[in-house]
Design a protein. Structure first.
Length: 287
């Protein structure tokens, strides 16, 4: 019988410890919790498994893959997120290699000098870690460990020692708690402060920060910006916090109605105001 339960009773960190010590091979699937209206033995609300939220795979106790539901985990998306492919390069590659596996595509990209083998490995590894660190903050929800179930052979799997993941995860949990306390609501929006040219003068932003900046608009919620950039909630909080502390953006209520903003979040990525934002970024980069 597979291992199953609720994160409320058996945390993600405890699960990783168990999988590591037992040298397990298989996939941990986490679900949204649907309350049944009944109580368990200790008085907590019983939950049934709803929509799948995440899928994390292991081989002989090592982490090899992690994907959030709704977040693209294919090679092109991972390399684009890591800044190894531009948005335009990613778009063209997707069009020309629709039915190409990640392994085959990696060889094509390496041979064409788009990326190096090290770029591929590091980008996949960092994306996997970003997902797992996000999972460590989840406080409840059904889970199920399926023995010997692994991703398809077309995926590139990079083994990661769980000991280091657990240690770093424990450090990040405290940081994430502080970020969540500072930015509890991802349905807020961002705007540039007065005189953005002066604010950005001499500032060096990362690829991820530039991408977030390109979506800054009072009509785009932080949640929408995260989805458009394939980022987890923790990643977007960390970037927005840094930008806000540097005085580069301000957190405000979105201009659209709350219901409309929520609907847009579910249906499409935020629309970039190219005529304003792109010109602003071009001017900033020329400083």
């Amino acid at each position: 019988m597979p291992l199953q339960g609720n994160l409320r009773d058996f945390s993600t960190t405890q699960l990783l410890n168990l999988i590591n010590l037992a040298g397990k091979t298989g996939t941990l699937v986490m679900y949204e919790g649907v309350r049944t209206g009944e109580k368990d033995a200790v008085g907590g609300d019983k939950m049934s498994a709803g929509k799948e939220r995440a899928r994390v795979s292991f081989k002989v106790g090592k982490l090899i893959s992690a994907v959030l539901n709704g977040q693209s985990g294919d090679l092109v998306a991972v390399l684009n997120k890591a800044g190894k492919l531009t948005n335009e390069q990613a778009r063209i590659i997707r069009e020309r290699a629709k039915n190409t596996s990640d392994k085959a595509l990696a060889l094509l990209l390496i041979n064409a000098n788009y990326v190096t083998q090290k770029d591929v490995v590091r980008s996949i590894q960092q994306n996997t870690l970003d997902v797992v660190y996000n999972l460590l903050t989840w406080g409840e929800g059904p889970f199920r460990f399926e023995d010997n179930v692994l991703p398809g052979n077309d995926r590139i799997l990079v083994p990661i020692d769980l000991e280091n993941v657990i240690i770093e995860g424990a450090r990040q949990i405290k940081e994430i708690e502080q970020l969540t306390s500072h930015i509890p609501n991802l349905d807020m929006a961002l705007r540039f402060p007065d005189n953005p040219r002066e604010k950005f003068k001499g500032v060096h932003l990362s690829v991820e920060e530039w991408r977030v900046v390109s979506f800054v608009n009072p009509r785009n919620t932080i949640r929408q910006i995260a989805k458009a950039n394939n980022m987890t909630e923790n990643e977007i909080r960390r970037i927005v916090f840094g930008l806000e502390q540097a005085g580069l953006v301000e957190i405000i209520k979105p201009q659209t109605a709350e219901g409309s903003a929520r609907h847009q979040t579910q249906t499409r990525a935020p629309a970039v105001q190219k005529t304003v934002v792109t010109r602003l970024i071009d001017r900033i980069r020329q400083i």
